[in-house]
Every structure is written in structure tokens, then in C-alpha cells.
Ligand binder design. Structure first.
Ligand SMILES: O=C[C@H](O)COP(=O)(O)O
Length: 233
């Protein structure tokens, strides 16, 4: 299980790397759960990594705008992200999801076939009216995504484990693996959730709040990243 940590700037990226993060995931929480950061901020985090670990970048919590999302995704790829992550926030059907994901995948892979698309749905989909994560693996796979992920859309302290049972998380992971994709789980993961996650066995877990000391508007702390990395090893 690899540890994805979400810094907002280069100094947080340094703390995350020093603590042993496996993936740096640049985001901008002021613009949403998967809010996009600026191109120069993605570049500065890529400079911190200097190729030692992959860099991921979120491009936003999207409504149905395949063209806008494709251009944002290309911007993240050009700025140095290896993994480009899109949140399917106001996407209500598999057809809309396929149109989004297929065009984004084409945009980043035409630029560099090594770029990876992360398709993210939300465990709390029912309260925001988006597509269920359980519908994601099939459509993501046929649309060219490399990773499927769940996160929470609303960061109010509710966790993915309050919206999905352990059996549902395991089913989501199996569905992704069966289709040859990696699977990532996020959504206010706490240290106390790690035992469940080890049983479920995603490829990646994504965190911010827990490694900021519980308040995701705080700052990433190297020692908490180190502790989490040790706890999942
Ligand atoms: O991609 C991971 C997210 O940044 C998770 O953030 P969170 O742990 O604060 O919910």
C-alpha cells in the first residue's frame, strides 16, 4: 500500500517527502476537495520530487465539461504531474463519465503516453448527487483511466468509512483490479482506519488532514507522514 500525501505547496511537499510519502499529490483545498492548484505550484512540487517519487495533480471537482477538463488535465501534465486526477462531482451518468474520462485520457496521453489518469468518484455521492463510486471501475476502464479512486466531496469531518461499508470498499477495489487498474482510497482517513485499509488492500491511500494533525487547513507534518508510513508498512 503506497502513501499519497496532498501538499498545497513546495514546503509541504518537502515535509511529505522527508516523512516518506510515496506520491506527492498537489491540490488546492480552497477550490474544493480535489481543487486545482496553479501550474507553477505543480512545477515547484515536481522540482522537490526531482523524479524520486511520482507527482500527482488534481484538476478540480468537475461538472460535465469535457473540453475544460481536458485542457486543465493537459496543463497539469505539462506542469510536471505524472498522475492527473479528476473529480467527477456533477457527473450523473456513465455516459457523461465516459465522455469526460475518454477525452482527458486522450489529452494527456497524446502529450506523453506515460501520463496516468486517476478517475475519482466520491463516497458521499448521495449528498452531492454525483455518480456512485460503484459505477466507476467499468466506465473508467473502458475510457482509458489507469487508477480509480474514492474521496469525500464535502470535507466536513465525515469519512469515507461512514458512507461505504468495508464490504463495499473491498468490492470497489476488486472491481478496479479485475479491470487492470490501480485503486486508491481517500476521504478523511485517520490513523485508526489503517487496520481496515490493510485488510481491504488498496494500492494507494490518500491523506491530508491526518498528516496535518487532524485539521486539513493546517500544515503537513513530517513526523505524522513518517508515522503513517510506518503504520501501513
Ligand atoms: O487525495 C487525498 C485527499 O487529499 C485526502 O484529504 P483528507 O485526508 O484531508 O480527506
Amino acid at each position: 500500500m503506497r502513501l499519497l500525501v496532498s501538499p498545497v505547496n513546495a514546503s509541504e511537499a518537502e515535509a511529505a517527502m522527508a516523512g516518506g510519502a510515496d506520491i506527492l499529490d498537489v491540490k488546492n483545498p480552497r477550490e474544493g476537495s480535489l481543487g486545482a492548484n496553479f501550474p507553477w505550484m505543480i512545477r515547484s512540487v515536481a522540482d522537490v520530487s526531482a523524479g524520486r517519487i511520482p507527482v500527482s495533480a488534481t484538476i478540480g471537482d468537475f461538472d460535465y465539461k469535457p473540453g475544460t477538463a481536458s485542457l486543465a488535465a493537459l496543463g497539469a501534465a505539462v506542469s510536471g504531474a505524472d498522475y492527473i486526477k479528476v473529480g467527477l462531482l456533477k457527473i450523473r451518468s456513465r455516459d457523461e463519465a465516459a465522455d469526460m474520462l475518454g477525452n482527458i485520457a486522450r489529452s494527456i496521453k497524446d502529450f506523453d503516453e506515460g501520463k496516468r489518469l486517476v478517475a475519482a468518484a466520491y463516497s458521499d455521492y448521495a449528498r452531492v448527487g454525483s455518480i456512485s463510486p460503484m459505477e466507476l471501475p467499468e466506465v473508467a476502464s473502458r475510457s482509458g483511466a489507469d487508477v480509480v479512486m474514492v474521496d469525500t466531496a464535502i470535507k466536513d469531518g465525515m469519512t469515507t468509512f461512514q458512507f461505504m461499508t468495508e464490504a463495499e470498499i473491498a468490492e470497489f477495489i476488486s472491481a478496479g483490479h479485475d479491470r487492470g487498474m490501480e485503486v486508491a482510497i481517500a476521504g478523511t482517513i485517520k490513523f485508526t482506519d489503517l487496520a481496515l485499509l490493510k485488510r481491504a488492500g488498496p494500492d494507494i491511500i490518500g491523506v491530508r488532514g491526518a498528516v496535518c494533525g487532524g485539521d486539513r487547513s493546517g500544515e503537513i507534518k513530517e513526523e505524522l507522514v513518517r508515522r503513517m508510513k510506518a503504520d501501513i508498512s
